[in-house]
Design a protein. Structure first.
Lengths: 703, 154
């Protein structure tokens, strides 16, 4: 253990919790930290002037982690939030762990670790004050970065105590606060980057600039299933500002001195392509879905009871199919990355949800050990899963290694939208068997997808609530590339399943909310197979949403219910439709969410509201179609995103249960489509089964 | 290439670029003013919004040769201290999620409030619906425009 004070004479604490449930803390030497010679995975420092610096290791993609992580540390540390400075840490697998923005997993992963970090530092500062005043530590209290001895009225700031504290041994087994004593957690705390965002300071990957760097754009085949036959780059190379044109894999990169020059020169490229795979059109996908729906070779995902027997004895069978198209992620900041490949290493800077993947793929390609590749993370202009992939990082790495210069690769919106990695297109077939009393005694789901992997989530509700259940799937391999898209699979599965359950409730003659509660209570009393969700939490959000929306009690308002558990959080939503001039209008969506402890009210509420806007927007409008392998939408003129004048009112409620917090980056999106569609059904008797809604005949007939 | 003299944020700049270069890329690549964002390049998303003689303008489709002596204001020049009423309101309401579109949103809102100090809900919706926020912070954008309209411009 090092006892050296940090450069400014303050306290610098390193925490090491790799491989251990609890954190080991130690005072560290700032010089050693700067030299990278210490193996700690989180830091906080307290300067003599009272400034607290907290390093945030995870990529910030708009999920608010750069605010939430330090907030948790600051809570246990008991500091004045206005004195906290947050610094985005670079990728460092020796010091940090799970530097990923994905799966809504950062908060559940780090909740205990961050609290322990703050509490450990607080205890050391208290001990330093106790030593100075020669009083028992138990007589001291802390608040806003000040230690107080009530008996004598003495006070010392953390800054005054930082140097003394840095000479103490970090304690083990620190006690964490009771939730009732929280001063910051559960409050509304503003985004720590508001100032640079609102004044236009360089912050995002696209804003990164390095003296002498070149700009590059990459020409890819116009369709999935094509490969390069020949390249004539003479005209492009002759354009002003162009430094080089290079080819790698199926790409031609134009490299030059400014974005606009490179963009224009790329238009002068003459590239011929030839067929390298199936050139699929959306009409092919529809045919493939129909064939696979009846394939005998599906992969069984879950099987409970005897589903065939249940359907044979059913009094009523409900059967429906639901389908969604491919979707691009459309983060407003398009893909881009900076790379400087040198003989002895590589420097990468840019927006990535997975910096470690970026480093490892670069290192593998360059034949370097990963520690020779550095990755600096910029703030991201959205990601929605697109930046989990490293293809655009590798564009920069490959081009930099070919032209032997620092290069920033920029994708235009058209590149971004036509560049693949889409939310996969999927079709589902649901079948439900009802007995004479309207009980669901059998349930079948087949999911068929295009590069979707397993398009079902076989253990999600209503699994365990139906005695006889069969869930299987089939995947079609296509040249069209796919990847995770915010709330992967469940972003559409939840819509389809919750719309279908609405159909079943209707066929059973039951209230849709009561129908779900009955199923959940059945799963609790006599579960069929394993239960992989918390039944009580499902029921609690259902009841909270129903109570807040006055479910079933409003005159002139048509309500639709939806409930989904994903990424460890529970969200129920109720959509409300009113008829205006004979047309249905989605006026409001109520959301009841259970993510355990709400860390930041402001951030959490916006994650829910943004998730609902996103879910509704893509359900209504999102549509990516293909003709002979080529995407038919290339920019926001033909691919519609929801706009401000199209949003419903949203009201958000949280379940207050004190359970350890779970993520919110994704869970509010999946239930929205069905809350909207079920309310529209209630209002118009038209069932929307395919997305986007605006392309549905049923939707066109009501508008 | 041609040399263009530009009046931006009360200062004079020079840029030696092709005449068809959009103002957006002159700002970003030549002048280092990267607060103005690229989102679509075809005037559909509003991320690139600046003021040209006080009017909200999509800089991604505005060739530098068309600017002449017009006065350009970017997010960097909206206020000296980042305390324009719209910027203050955006902070108070805690609008940004990822933050990428917000410079364009703020420039659109500032132009709206300059010509209409007390816009009603329909006027706010009409003015702000040209700007896309992929994160869906629209409720807060709407609220922040209202908050800004209650502040006196400094």
């Amino acid at each position: 253990m090092k006892l050296a004070a940090s450069a400014g004479g303050g306290l610098l604490l390193g925490f090491n919790w790799l491989g251990a449930g609890t954190a080991n803390a130690a005072v560290v030497d700032e010089a050693a930290v700067a030299a990278g010679s210490l193996e700690f995975n989180s830091f906080l420092s307290i300067a003599p002037d009272g400034t607290i610096t907290i390093f945030s290791p995870n990529p910030e993609v708009g999920q608010g982690i750069k605010t939430a992580f330090p907030l948790i540390v600051a809570e246990e540390l008991d500091v004045d939030w206005t004195r906290v400075k947050v610094v985005q840490a670079p990728l460092d697998t020796k010091k940090f762990e799970r530097q990923v923005a994905g799966g809504s997993g950062s908060i559940p992963h780090s909740w205990d670790r961050l609290r322990t970090a703050g509490a450990t530092a607080r205890l050391m500062l208290v001990e330093a004050a106790a030593n100075r005043w020669k009083v028992p530590a138990s007589e001291l209290t802390t608040d806003k970065g000040v230690v107080t001895h009530k008996g004598s009225g003495r006070k010392l700031s953390y800054g005054d105590l930082a140097q003394d504290a840095s000479r103490l041994t970090a304690p083990k087994d620190v006690k964490l606060k009771d939730a009732k004593d929280y001063k910051l957690i559960g409050q509304s705390i503003k985004n720590v980057d508001n100032k640079p965002i609102l004044t236009g300071e360089p912050l995002f990957g696209l804003d990164f600039y390095r003296e002498g760097m070149l700009f590059a754009m990459v020409q890819r085949p116009e369709a999935f299933g094509l490969k390069i036959k020949s390249v004539d780059a003479a005209a492009a190379k002759a354009m002003p500002g162009i430094v080089d044109v290079v080819q790698f894999k199926n790409n031609v990169a134009v490299v030059g001195k400014s974005t606009w020059q490179v963009k224009k020169a790329r238009e002068a490229l003459k590239v011929e392509y030839e067929k390298d795979g199936d050139l699929e059109s959306s009409s092919d996908h529809n045919r493939i879905f129909s064939e696979l729906m009846d394939s005998p070779n599906a992969t069984v995902r879950r099987k409970d009871g005897d589903v065939e027997a249940a359907f044979k004895k059913a009094a009523k069978v409900v059967k429906s199919e639901y389908q969604c198209p491919f979707l691009p992620h459309s983060p407003l900041e398009p893909m881009n990355f900076f790379a400087h490949v040198r003989p002895d290493g590589a420097e990468l800077v840019g927006p990535t949800q997975t910096p470690e993947r970026a480093r490892n793929e670069a290192a593998k390609f360059l034949g370097m050990p990963p520690e020779k590749v550095t990755v600096e993370m910029t703030r991201m202009g959205g990601g929605f899963g697109r930046r989990l992939a490293a293809d655009y990082v590798m564009d920069a790495v490959e081009v930099s290694s070919l032209v032997k210069a620092p290069v920033k690769v920029i994708w235009t919106r058209e590149d971004d939208m036509t560049g693949g990695n889409y939310r996969p297109a999927v079709r589902y077939r649901f079948e439900a068997a009802l007995d004479a009393q309207g009980n669901m005694i059998g349930y079948k789901l087949r999911g068929v997808g295009i590069n979707a992997g397993n398009p079902t989530r076989e253990d999600n509700f209503p699994a365990a609530a139906v005695d006889n259940l069969l869930i299987d799937s089939f995947d079609h391999k296509s040249p069209i590339t796919t990847g995770p898209w915010r709330a992967p699979i469940t972003n559409f599965l939840a819509f389809a399943e919750q719309s279908f359950l609405d159909e079943v409730a209707q066929a059973a003659g039951k209230d849709p909310v009561q129908f779900r509660i009955d199923l959940l209570e059945k799963a609790k009393k006599s579960p069929a197979g394993e239960v992989k969700y918390d039944i009580d939490r499902m029921i609690a959000v259902t009841k909270l949403a129903a109570e807040k929306a006055d479910w079933g009690k409003k005159k002139g308002v048509s309500q639709g219910f939806s409930l989904y558990f994903s990424h460890r959080s529970y969200v129920a939503q109720i959509g409300e439709v009113v008829m205006q001039k004979g047309k249905p209008v989605v006026k409001k969506i109520y959301a009841a969410a259970d993510c355990g402890v709400v860390i930041n009210q402001s951030g959490a509420r916006q994650q829910i509201m943004g998730g609902i806007v996103d879910g509704m927007g893509h359900a209504m409008y999102g549509n990516m179609t293909f003709k002979n392998g080529a995407p038919e939408q290339e920019n926001f003129n033909t691919y519609k995103l929801i706009r401000l004048n199209e949003i419903p009112e949203i009201e958000v409620f949280f379940v207050d249960n004190g359970i350890a917090p779970t993520g919110l980056g994704e869970p509010a999106l999946p239930p929205t489509g069905a809350a909207v569609a079920n309310a529209l059904f209630k209002a118009t008797n038209k069932r929307l089964r395919n997305q986007p809604f605006v392309e549905e005949d049923a939707y066109k007939s009501i508008l | 290439m041609a040399l263009y003299k530009l009046q931006i944020n009360g200062r004079s700049y020079q840029a030696d670029v092709e005449p068809d270069t959009p103002l957006l890329w002159v700002l970003r690549d030549n002048l280092g003013l990267v607060g103005t964002k690229y989102g679509c390049g075809i005037a559909q998303c509003g991320a690139c919004t600046v003021h040209v003689n006080g009017e909200a303008t999509r800089s991604c489709v505005m060739p530098v040769s068309a600017i002449g002596t017009s006065k350009v204001t970017t997010i960097e020049g909206l206020s000296a201290e980042g305390n324009h009423p719209v910027q203050q309101a955006w902070d108070e309401v805690d609008v940004p999620q990822c933050g990428y579109c917000q410079a364009g949103q703020i420039m659109t809102a500032a132009a709206l409030l300059k010509r209409n100090a007390k816009p009603n809900n329909d006027e706010i919706d009409a003015a702000m619906s040209g700007n896309i926020c992929r994160c869906g912070t629209y409720h807060r954008i709407r609220e922040a425009v209202k908050v800004a309209s209650t502040k006196t411009a400094k």
